[in-house]
Design a protein around this ligand. Structure first.
Ligand code: NZQ
Ligand code: ZN
Length: 390
């Protein structure tokens, strides 16, 4: 196990009706003027936004708001938010939504006190040293942004989708997680969330670091629970217990707990980010296409941990031929994704002829000559994985 620092100060307030506490919590964390950030309208239609505003008013807080954040959020909305926050002298961003909304709020939070262009942080040209506070009312378990210090934004000019890690400044101060808020999710969005959280665990599980038994077993345990709860939700979308477990799983999958002490991989995410940047597909659906292809490549090149996952998650009988076990893992995973209504190839994703040379070029321009750690992918390897996803 490697040395590590794990700092995760977010206060999670979990359960039914917890959004009513948003005003009291915002006060507790020192807010005076709040900006509510939300998406394309689901929080308006469900009445959640009104309840949040009411709770803020009852706490004596004033607020402004910015809606219209789209999935795969873009830089132009961040600039709009930074301007608004400065004009309105906001001191806390309250994201009401999923990963796209939270990531936009985080980008704004970092951008407001910074004199330069917020995109400098994503390019690695500047470090975040100050940020407004970010708080969350979560409506979809998926990206795990409610517990992570990360944000992912796409620059419209050049379709560059980049992530920024600044856990000391951008982890939400509090996240409200009411599983009932997820009842309104379309099944496809639930499925995308399931895939995304599973892959957040894979990125940590597929490591060459030795002596990571705790991480391995936590990863396998959370993955087993996710698959079980996903089946239950598919059968009954209003199953509170299943929704609650899935919501917590999404947080556990990505706040760092499952990967402490491990060298993490992240190649599948980077391969996918190019796909969602170029074709604007849902991140979780893109991952359902990329990950089986990545695992198939690993079956040939480094099957060990994929074989272990096959045995422990999908109960594939242990045998000497690790390649065979790894392929069995791919086949079971695809079966599960299909059951959830997810695509498992570019074709099923609606992209008949992906521009693979462009995907490969942008991936390695953005992420360097070698991508990932479990196997460090060269451009030729990346091309092969995109081909396997056809
Ligand atoms: O925009 P609205 O109308 O709210 O609709 C959203 C959106 O269309 C809808 N939705 C959310 N909650 C709902 C709901 N519909 C009905 N009822 C509800 N309760 O779901 C759609 C998807 O929302 P989005 O926020 O885009 O989903 P998700 O949480 O999957 O976030 C995806 C983004 O997060 C990034 C992804 O790349 C993508 O841009 N990621 C962020 C990470 C992070 N910050 O740590 C890590 C991830 O790996 C990921 O890359
Ligand atoms: Zn993800």
């Amino acid at each position: 196990m490697n040395n590590f620092v794990f700092y995760s100060p977010t206060e999670f307030v979990f359960g039914k009706d917890t959004e009513k506490q948003v005003g009291a919590l915002a006060l507790k964390y020192g807010a005076r003027r709040v900006m509510i950030v939300y998406g394309g309208g689901s929080a308006v239609r469900s009445g959640l936004l009104d309840r949040v505003k009411q709770a803020l008013r009852e706490a004596g807080l004033t607020f402004c708001e910015m809606g219209g954040v789209q999935p795969n959020p873009i830089d132009t909305k961040v600039y709009e938010g930074i301007d608004l926050c400065r004009r309105e002298e906001v001191d806390m961003l309250l994201a009401v939504g999923g990963g796209s909304v939270i990531d936009t709020a985080k980008a704004i939070a970092a951008g407001v006190p910074y004199e330069g262009d917020f995109w400098d942080f994503y390019l690695g040209k500047a470090q975040v040293t100050k940020a407004l506070k970010v708080a969350v009312v979560l409506t979809i378990p998926a990206a795990g942004s409610e517990g992570s210090g990360n944000t992912v934004i796409t620059k419209v000019d050049g379709l560059q989708k980049l992530s920024l890690r600044a856990p000391m400044y951008l982890r939400p101060v509090f996240s409200i997680m009411n599983p009932e808020l997820t009842y309104t999710l379309p099944p496809f969005q639930t499925a995308c969330g399931v895939c995304d959280m599973m892959v957040h665990i894979f990125e940590r599980y597929f490591t060459n670091t030795s002596d990571v038994e705790i991480s391995d077993r936590m990863c396998e345990g959370v993955l087993t629970a996710i698959v079980k709860e996903a089946y239950r939700i598919r059968q009954n979308p209003q199953n509170y217990g299943a929704r609650a477990n899935l919501m917590w799983a999404g947080m556990v999958a990505h706040n760092g707990t499952c990967g402490v002490g491990c060298e993490e991989d992240w190649a599948s995410h980077f391969l996918e980010h190019e796909v969602s940047a170029l074709y604007n597909v849902a991140h979780g659906a893109g991952l359902a296409v990329i990950v089986p292809a990545w695992m198939t490549f690993m079956a040939e090149n480094h099957p060990q941990k994929v074989a272990q996952l096959a045995a422990r998650l999908f109960e594939v009988p242990v045998q000497e031929d690790l390649h065979e076990m790894a392929l069995a893992c791919v086949s079971r995973l695809k079966h599960f994704f299909r059951y959830m209504g997810l695509p498992v190839s570019f074709k099923e994703l609606g992209i008949e002829n992906p521009d693979i040379p462009l995907l490969v070029r942008k991936l390695h321009e953005n992420k360097g000559p070698l991508v990932g750690n479990y196997v460090k992918l060269t451009p030729k390897d990346s091309e092969e994985i995109y081909q396997l996803a056809l």
